[in-house]
Write a protein that binds this ligand. Structure first.
Ligand code: FE2
Length: 416
């Protein structure tokens, strides 16, 4: 195993990338009708079949149309965003003119709309956009309305697409994917199925922790120009801190009563905060290792990153004592008068407790991962270099194997 390397933000760098307008609050979705005319009179609404049939969605569209915007709905977005969904929307609306794209849904719908807005403005092939900073120019203005609490996709400028020709998920990451506006209405999440509530809340917590404990990269000006992710930085930290403070009480309250709008609201604000944090800090090892696990076991992204987090954090602990000790404070589990190391251990256990509270498994066998999968998952995780390079501790293939073996066994009896 490699020696721990601690990286600090020597530049005192801060970097924030966010939607131009952010409106948050229960019932605020109704403001969409007033927001849209400024973009022009023709909107393409993107959603999935579940939401399109929901009376809440129909009422939203009726209000928008009443205010004078012509709405066309595309409701065929599927989970995990197959590439064909994007090719289909470009074909279906070839030659149609829209002024604005509106996304109402979970992570896949929001990711879909970010790329659809580019394709509808510029045409071309989806695969030609894969990678970091490859999108050549702005697309149509995009308004995001998340319905889960949440992936943070309403705030991020990355889309994750499943390409079946390559049998893998690929990212399209570009500042041109940033939404012009987002309206975050926690009332949407009241009808979320429990499994989706668990998976998206676990994803949000993982985003907060991975951004706050990410490697600080001290990028040069040329690095900042070439890459979207600057690693741990002051402005991402402010949002990560806010999110961690919120989940402390919101998760137990939401688990006790899924109809608690205040808890739903705090969870959604935490998820948005997490989205802003990862939009410049990036995610790290838990996300790198989850992707091949998800492809193999078809387990939800949020459950996968959540179940990996206890093992990844134990591995990262020697490089992030100070940051994890602060996490212990933020989530209210710091032992009185203890050492920073004791506080860091308490933070990891406190995060596990929050994950368990919302129903996220704390081992990888629960996702369907078996010992015979370990070598293949380790190989593929190491290919996600954008994410592994963001991990605070150098991550070698042998480290991933050990994280996976312990994760499958549910062995959390170790530190570092
Ligand atoms: Fe995630």
């Amino acid at each position: 195993m490699s020696a721990p390397v601690r990286t600090t933000n020597d530049l005192r760098l801060g970097l924030l990338r966010q939607p131009g307008t952010v409106l948050f609050g229960p019932g605020q979705r109704h403001h969409l009708a007033r927001l849209l005319p400024a973009y022009g009179g023709r909107a393409l609404f993107c959603t999935d079949e579940r939401m399109a049939a929901d009376p809440v969605y129909r009422e939203l569209v009726a209000g928008v149309e009443e205010a004078g915007t012509k709405v066309t709905t595309y409701a065929k977005v599927e989970p995990d965003l197959p590439r064909q969904n994007l090719e289909a929307v470009a074909r279906a609306h070839d030659g149609d003119e829209f002024d604005v794209v509106v996304a109402v849904g979970g992570g896949s719908v929001l990711d879909f709309a970010k790329v659809a807005a580019i394709l509808l403005a510029q045409g071309g092939d989806v695969a030609a956009l894969y990678g970091e900073n490859v999108v050549p120019a702005a697309g149509l203005p995009l308004v995001t309305l998340p319905t889960t609490g949440g992936t943070g996709a309403e705030a991020t400028c990355i889309s994750v697409v499943y390409d079946d020709e390559r049998s893998m998920k690929v990212g399209i990451a570009s500042a041109w994917l940033e939404a012009a506006a987002t309206i975050i209405d926690p009332e949407f999440t009241l009808t979320c199925p429990p499994s989706l509530t668990t998976a998206t809340a676990a994803d949000a917590l993982t985003h907060l922790v991975e951004a706050f404990t990410a490697r600080a990269k001290n990028p040069t000006s040329a690095d900042l120009d070439a890459h979207l992710y600057a690693g741990k930085n002051l402005l991402a930290d402010t949002w990560a801190r806010q999110g961690l403070r919120l989940v402390r009480d919101a998760f137990p309250r939401m688990a006790a009563d899924p109809a608690d709008l205040g808890a739903r609201s705090d969870t959604m604000l935490a998820a948005f905060s997490a989205g802003l944090a990862i939009n410049t800090a990036g995610t790290a090892a838990a996300h790198a290792i989850q992707s091949p696990i998800g492809a193999l076991t078809h387990s939800a992204h949020g459950l996968g990153v959540g179940a990996l987090l206890p093992y990844v954090l134990r591995f990262n602990l020697p490089t992030r004592i100070e940051e994890l000790a602060e996490v212990a404070d933020l989530i209210g589990v710091a032992p009185a008068g203890g050492s920073a190391e004791a506080a860091a251990h308490a933070a990891v256990e406190g995060i596990e407790s929050l994950l368990a509270t919302i129903g996220c498994p704390l081992d990888l066998a629960a996702l369907g991962l078996r010992p015979e999968h370990v070598e293949q998952v380790a190989d593929q995780a190491m290919l996600a270099t954008r994410l592994t390079a963001n991990n605070p501790r150098e991550l070698e293939r042998a480290d991933v194997v050990r994280i996976l073996e312990r994760g499958i066994a549910g062995d959390r009896s170790w530190w570092t």
